[in-house]
Ligand binder design. Structure first.
Ligand code: CU
Length: 151
């Protein structure tokens, strides 16, 4: 009886665990941006990316309907000034997690086609090096929330 329970427990784990080996691609969690004011033409998008697979993945580009352009940006510090720099791609190694967050790597949407309102959402497509893609829902948060995210 105990043995069966043990097996059942592991079957359940296998079934529900995001770490199961059957997973083929990257997992994206909690994508968000902040609401924009009417004349704002660019915004940053943040997301947590998990690679629970046995393979490395490269995110080669991103795109969305809501802006003319979308890029992956990193941060470089030159003479004590923090600057954003376009990254040609983003490598997510096997079993690695990468957190796109304020002050670090982020997506930059430029040429916003409309104002982003608190509580709305839109999709960003992450295009991978092998030609596959993931469509990720991005939540638009109230800008008052920003204070909780930035030091
Ligand atoms: Cu940027």
């Amino acid at each position: 009886m105990t043995n069966n329970k043990y097996i059942l427990f592991f079957l359940i784990l296998l079934f529900f665990s995001p770490l199961k080996s059957g997973q083929e691609s990257l997992t994206f969690h909690g994508a968000y941006t902040f609401e924009t004011f009417s004349e704002q033409k660019a915004c940053a998008v943040y997301v947590s990316i998990f690679n629970n697979t046995g393979k490395d993945f490269i995110i080669s580009s991103v795109s969305t309907d809501i802006s003319e352009k979308a890029e992956i940006h990193g941060i470089v510090i030159q003479k004590e000034i923090t600057k954003m720099k376009k990254m040609e791609n983003l490598l997510i190694k096997s079993k690695q997690q990468v957190f796109l967050q304020p002050g670090g790597i982020h997506l930059m949407l430029m040429g916003l086609k409309h104002q982003l309102k608190d509580g709305s959402s839109f999709n960003v497509r992450f295009i991978l090096g092998d030609g596959s893609f993931n469509d990720v829902k991005v939540m638009v948060l109230n800008k008052k929330m920003r204070e909780n995210f930035i030091e």
